[in-house]
Design a protein around this ligand. Structure first.
Ligand SMILES: Nc1ncnc2c1ncn2[C@@H]1O[C@H](COP(=O)(O)OP(=O)(O)OP(=O)(O)O)[C@@H](O)[C@H]1O
Ligand SMILES: [Mg+2]
Length: 241
């Protein structure tokens, strides 16, 4: 089992406490969504987990391995998370195949195994027939699928997704919500998905963690939160569908 555990993880930038000490558990095989308004600290939390930022306090543990803690700070490339980030999708100068192959190349896998891994993953996201195209020859949804494939190709212990659907139109977003949910079910992978869009969280996640101003306001299954939203922030936030 490789549960991801955050224990008292906090982040301060200069004088500002962006994340109060928080405990989050992402159990093996689950789909956890961090849901909250813009600026509440979602991306920061994901970057701490990926090793792209250093926590001000706390511990991050994956299975039996301490990723961050007293005297330990494993670098991002050794944490092996798959990542799809909010700010960019795919590399424009590489074909779909090359984009997805890149993480395997960096890790020194031989050409034949790389090709097998890439084609298997492109098949999963229905991009196998477009492997030779460049990003400018793809629709937004196809680019997003390519980014997803690049996050999945390493078969990471946890796939970290930061608002991966924010650049898509409403119809494509709905389609991708279903596809990501189906991928999660079919592959049994562990997903941590950051969004400010309640629809994404409620449709896909097995557990939702609602964050406001760097603090956890409520966590539970979508049904638990829908049936019994915490008074105050959560009720207010959920009323703006
Ligand atoms: N490197 C940094 N230095 C200083 N402040 C930062 C830094 N990175 C983020 N912040 C601040 O931390 C807070 C949380 O930012 P973060 O990017 O985590 O929010 P978010 O929840 O992902 O928002 P959004 O939904 O808009 O992406 C913001 O107030 C932001 O300005
Ligand atoms: Mg963000």
């Amino acid at each position: 089992m490789s549960d991801l555990r955050l224990k008292g993880v906090a982040k301060r930038f200069g004088e500002k406490d962006v994340l109060a000490p928080m405990d989050v558990v992402v159990t093996d095989g689950s789909f956890v969504s961090l849901l909250g308004p813009s600026g509440c600290g979602k991306t920061t939390l994901l970057r701490l987990i990926a090793g792209l930022e250093t926590p001000s306090a706390g511990e991050i543990v994956l299975g039996e391995t301490v990723l961050y803690g007293p005297g330990v700070n494993i670098p991002p490339e050794k944490r092996r998370f798959g990542m799809v980030f909010q700010s960019y999708a795919v590399w424009p100068h590489m074909t779909v195949f090359e984009n997805v192959e890149y993480p395997l190349k960096v890790r020194g896998m031989d050409r034949k195994r790389r090709a097998q891994g890439v084609m298997k993953t492109l098949d999963l996201v229905h991009m196998d027939e477009l492997a030779g195209r460049y990003p400018h020859q793809l629709s937004g949804g196809q680019q997003q699928r390519t980014a997803l494939a690049r996050g999945l190709v390493m078969e990471p212990p946890v796939l970290l997704l930061d608002e991966p659907l924010s650049n898509l139109d409403a119809r494509l977003r709905a389609e991708m919500r279903r596809e990501i949910r189906d991928l999660h079910r079919a592959l049994g992978i562990t997903i941590l998905y950051v969004t400010h869009d309640q629809r994404e969280a409620f449709e896909m996640a097995t557990k939702i963690v609602i964050i406001n101003e760097g603090r956890i306001e409520q966590e539970g299954t979508p049904v638990e939160i829908q049936n019994d939203p915490a008074p105050g922030f959560v009720r207010e936030f959920l009323s703006h569908a």
